[in-house]
Design a protein around this ligand. Structure first.
Ligand code: ADP
Ligand code: MG
Ligand code: ZN
Length: 480
């Protein structure tokens, strides 16, 4: 038996913080940060006698997320109390949804290497976030309720994922959809997107699922993939050793690179769900749902297909560009203003993405407008500057935000395409390089490259490379 004889089965529960202005049941701000317990009121700190009022935006955002993931939307939905006793939750229950979630039966398509695959979305429900415990003080623990009552959606997938790699691809895709539908800023470092990874393994060909474990509260895609890789191997090894898998909650320890048992099913909470008596059912008429659907922006999949058809982008390039809505908008504006949309994509795929990685930017934050990228592409298209000078201009644009025309003018970077000076220079180079010239004349065609290199150096890269080659060859061929 080996790992290859097993199939991995994974389902995710993804928590996503909504970007509404105020919390789910009170008027407190949802802004990240702030001194501890400054974004709070009697309602979100669970004072007796207070009453919650549902924030209508929360319902609308959740429906938007549901429609963007091809879910059905419940016209009649309700909220329930999920009871558990822990100090991060001052009411001792979380208002969530149990049997009538707002959205259900959706699907998200992911692109694998050769084919695409649909991942079922079981449900999306709304709920409130909890506070944060700080254990660092050394004198007991402290609690910060600023996050308490911040609206969340929980997106539950069917156990349709079949490898750790698929987990990573799915999470990227889901993030992109949530960003497009403008329901969350999906900032991993602020905890606005996190997931629980449920994983089991089974012998290939087996119809029944194996016993699963759940890795809770993973706040990076990378950790989710690594946790799944580790856990799959751990389970297979245990089964091979004749041990039974225990249904339990585990924790990913990234420093150690392992998952650690937290509690078994026997110790699991009984949440004693019951309908929230202080809140009315959520009734959303069909017309309202349709209006939200109509207002939804074009989703990444549709955009990707459009860019491939209209601008000739490869699947790979289109995928990366549409992953962020800001980047897709930026690209499309530049593509429309340029004479070569494919070249615009190349600049994004190479220079812009690598600059963003260097600057550690999660989202497109390019220091110049899309029109200027189009201008740069057009300068190269029109042979006013060469591609290599283009890189130099790009760097200056990134640092100063100046327009490429301005930079080319100021630094005198225009390409030298006039035959006269180039022929003069070529003659000089040929005279000064007897050996290389003889090599060429005796049949070593590539020797011309050395001569070209010298001309490019003399002109600081500004000579039109095609012209240079043509002139050199014709002068050399005259010598034959
Ligand atoms: P619970 O209510 O205990 O959280 P659910 O049945 O709602 O359990 O499932 C939670 C998640 O676990 C879902 O994403 C689901 O796809 C996944 N899941 C369920 N069974 C398995 C299994 N055998 N292997 C892997 N994932 C599973
Ligand atoms: Mg669960
Ligand atoms: Zn409040």
């Amino acid at each position: 038996m080996s790992y290859k004889d097993y199939e991995i089965v994974i389902g995710l529960e993804v928590h996503c913080e909504l970007k509404t202005e105020s919390k789910i049941f009170c008027g407190c701000t949802t802004q990240f940060g702030g001194d501890p317990n400054t974004h709070c009121c009697p309602i979100c700190t669970g004072m007796p006698g207070t009453l919650p009022v549902l924030n209508g935006d929360v319902v609308e955002y959740a429906i938007r997320a549901g429609l963007a993931t091809n879910c059905k939307i419940s016209e009649y939905s309700k909220q329930d109390r999920k009871n558990y006793f822990y100090p991060d939750l001052p009411k001792a229950y979380q208002v969530s949804q149990y049997d009538l979630p707002l959205c259900y039966e959706g699907e998200v398509e992911i692109d694998l290497h050769e084919e695409s695959k649909k991942i079922g979305i079981t449900r999306i429900h709304i709920e409130e976030d909890a506070g944060k415990l700080l254990h660092e003080s050394g004198e007991g623990s402290l609690v910060d309720y600023n996050r308490c009552g911040v609206p969340l959606i929980e997106i539950v997938t069917e156990p349709d994922l079949r490898s750790p790699e698929e987990v990573g691809i799915f999470m990227q895709k889901l993030r992109s959809i949530l960003l497009y539908s403008d329901v969350s800023d999906c900032k991993m470092n602020e905890g606005s997107l996190r997931c629980d990874v449920n994983l089991s393994v089974r012998k290939k060909g087996s119809k029944e699922f194996g016993t699963r474990t759940e890795m809770k509260n993973i706040n990076s895609f990378n950790f989710a993939v690594k946790a799944a890789e580790y856990e799959a191997k751990r389970q297979i090894k245990a089964i091979e050793n004749g041990e039974a898998i225990i249904q339990e909650t585990r924790r990913w320890d990234d420093a150690k690179g392992i998952t650690i048992s937290m509690r078994s099913k026997e110790e699991a909470h009984d949440y004693r769900y019951f309908p929230e008596p202080d809140l009315m059912p959520i009734v959303t008429p069909k017309e309202k749902i349709e209006a939200i659907r109509q207002a939804l922006p074009e989703m990444p999949d549709t955009r990707k297909k459009r860019y491939m058809e209209a601008y000739g982008l490869s699947t790979y390039d289109a995928d990366l560009i549409v992953a962020s809505r800001n980047m897709a908008d930026y690209y499309e504006e530049a593509a429309k203003a340029s004479k070569n949309p494919k070249a615009v994509a190349n600049w994004i795929m190479t220079e812009i993405f690598s600059r963003m990685t260097e600057d550690q930017k999660e989202e497109a934050n390019i220091p110049f407008e899309s029109g200027l990228l189009a201008e740069l592409v057009n300068l190269i298209e029109q042979d006013i500057i060469s591609n290599s000078i283009g890189k130099k201009v790009f760097n200056t644009m990134w640092e100063t935000g100046k327009s490429p025309n301005e930079i080319v003018e100021e630094e005198g970077l225009k390409q030298i395409s006039d035959d006269g000076p180039l022929i003069e220079m070529a003659k000089e180079v040929i005279e000064g390089n007897e050996k290389v010239v003889n090599d060429y004349l005796s049949g070593k065609e590539q020797a011309v490259q050395a001569l070209m290199g010298q001309m490019m150096k003399k002109t600081k890269g500004q000579a039109n490379p095609k012209k240079v080659i043509d002139i050199l060859k014709s002068l050399l061929n005259e010598m034959k």
